[in-house]
Write a new protein. Structure first.
Length: 325
């Protein structure tokens, strides 16, 4: 492990992923440098996934990937408590997502299923904050009375959309999605997503459309049915926010705070913090040198610090994710 001192703020450059349902709004709204003629669906803002990790954008560690920093710095980066619970693996993944078209109806496994089937260390519990919505909707849970047999039949007969619950969402809505919840983003949405550090998705239904390679995308019906929680019916939550810090989610694997309209503070003494600016500018202090982040910028605050975020009076807003310990 390196004994060098980490900077107090690590601004990050994301990994951008083209998806069949993606678009161009992550460039238009959040300044992402999208490749020409690509439909970018996901910006991996804070990621240590192999070949999809975010990279330090500036400072003495510029060009280093987050996975490399984790190897070099370990607990100095993430905190002793995080290492004690999650081992040597980085526990969170933060994305911005542009759903220009409907995503597949899908479900994710929990930790036990992922490990039993050698799919990875983590399952995938996630949460969304709706940033933009053109009267759009989400699929969230199953209709009453849908069981494994009826869902399997609906998938086989191309009527899976009739088995899931659709709800209209608006900017500011927060959706918590425990592993096992059947769900989908629909066209017209831009969201912030915090999740366990996993890329495991079991597609149940994909509208019979081709993927980027021209072939129909693979479905994972057996796995999907095996992990589905048929009782899960979470609801979007509209939080009443106040100036400064508002806790949006306090869940098993992560916490999420919104800071807007006034300065807010996050105790990152025992864990790292991942900051993403979703409106205006926010000045971050975690040591002696303030760092101003613009809309669409993300940064990692290494463990052992107190994070102070000061939104610009012209509408600055940021989301701060920390792993639960």
């Amino acid at each position: 492990m390196s004994t060098n001192t980490l900077p107090d703020v690590l601004p990050l450059r994301p990994y951008l992923r083209e998806m069949i349902w993606g678009g161009r709004r992550l460039g238009e709204l959040y300044g992402k440098p999208l490749p020409d003629d690509q439909r970018i669906g996901e910006s991996f803002e804070v990621s240590a996934l192999p070949e999809r990790d975010s990279v330090v954008a500036s400072g003495p560690l510029a060009g280093r990937g987050l996975a490399q920093l984790l190897t070099e710095y370990g607990s100095q980066l993430v905190g002793d408590a995080v290492t004690a619970r999650y081992g040597a693996d980085f526990p969170l993944l933060i994305k911005l997502i542009d759903a220009q078209d409907d995503l597949s109806i899908q479900v994710h496994p929990d930790d036990a299923y992922a490990r039993e089937h050698q799919l990875g260390v983590f399952g995938k519990t996630e949460a969304w904050v709706i940033l933009q919505s053109e009267g759009a909707r989400i699929a969230l849970g199953l209709e009453d009375g849908v069981d494994q047999t009826s869902l399997s039949t609906a998938i086989a007969t191309g009527t899976a959309e009739q088995a899931v619950c659709f709800q209209t969402v608006s900017p500011g809505d927060v959706v918590n999605l425990p592993a096992g919840t059947v769900h989908a983003l629909c066209r017209g949405l831009v969201i912030y997503e915090v999740q366990q550090s996993s890329d495991i998705t079991f597609r149940l239904y994909d509208y019979n459309r081709p993927g980027l390679d021209g072939n129909k995308r693979e479905l994972h019906v057996d796995h999907g049915l095996a992990v589905t929680d048929f009782e899960a019916r979470p609801q979007p939550v509209k939080h009443i926010t106040s100036p400064g810090r508002t806790r949006l989610i306090d869940a098993e694997y992560f916490c999420l705070d919104l800071i807007e309209d006034a300065p807010g503070q996050i105790d990152a003494t025992h864990t790292f913090a991942a900051v993403t600016v979703v409106a205006g500018e926010v000045t971050i202090e975690a040591g002696d040198t303030p760092c101003t982040l613009g809309i669409g910028d993300s940064a990692l605050i290494p463990a052992g610090r107190t994070l102070k975020a000061d939104p610009a009076p012209t509408g600055g807003r940021c989301l701060v994710a920390t792993p639960s310990i």
